[in-house]
Design a protein around this ligand. Sequence first.
Ligand code: FAD
Length: 303
Amino acid sequence: MAAQSSPAPDDGPGGSIAARLRAGEPSFSFEFFPPKDEAGEAQLWQAIETLEPYQPTFVSVTYGAGGTTRDTTVRVTGRIARETSLTPMAHLTCVGHTVAEIEAVLDSYADAGVENVMLLRGDPHEGPRAPWTPTAGGLTYAAELVELVKARGGFDIGVAAFPEGHPSAASLDADADVLAAKARAGAQFAITQMFFRASDYFGLVERVRGRGVDLPILPGIMPILNLAAIRRQGELIGTSVPADIVARIERHEDPKAIRAEGIGIAAELCEQLLDGGAPGLHFYTLNRSTATLEIFDRLNVRV
Ligand code: FAD
């Protein structure tokens, strides 16, 4: 895999992610979250500077629960658009927002030079397993947000996908129906929740293709560096850590060996995904570059 992505001829300024994905080169991309303080800000920019030479297809910045990071997401994506060679994508959720507020955030993204958005429902303030209650004057499902942004124009649209099904979905088929509906509403690509079995990803792709939808689905990659933390998070978001992977990690005691095993497991998954035809890899960086670069090293990706 070469560490470069070639913009498609119809790329506009700042770059259309959908056009790059259509160009057919394996894509790779990095996800960051909005920093909470100055130290976090410094760490984020250190990671961005270290990863920039790898010329990812795009980088994305999440949107905090309940819109709490709205201004930071706007500021960070705007700075990425202005001051780096990277193509930013800003996340946006429906949580706690009226439609007018959502429109105002979209205006801020457009003013900041952001041309790609990841559209999500978001989770209730009480957490991903709490019952969802829409805000008065707001939206209920991500598909409605996709329809709104599609009608408005001016942005490429990404949405979330769930290889093991969203935790509130009635079944894997119901979950695939939702992703197909988001594609029909105007989503141009999807990014998955973290997962650890390639078969879960390919199962999702097959279900979606079976519904006549050819949406590119980028697998989301999270290396296991802290098994307990990943299992806790996984329980909340509906991602299981398979027993064989738990056993591989648990046979080590030395933290360095645990880390190397986690990186090795992630690299193996990346290889299986690319070999099986995944259109690229999306790395959850947690605002650090080291783990992603360790995986790149195993995959022979170089600057
Ligand atoms: P939806 O697609 O609306 O689905 C939500 C639930 O409703 C699902 O159970 C679905 O099956 C069900 N559903 C949808 N439509 C219908 C319908 N018509 N009828 C019945 N049921 C329906 N959260 C953040 O707060 N900020 C972020 O930046 C963020 N980034 C993310 C990035 C990725 C790649 C992923 C995978 C998730 C991210 N999330 C983020 C988490 C996301 O907000 C949650 O997973 C949320 O619970 C679901 O969002 P969604 O967009 O998939 O919602």
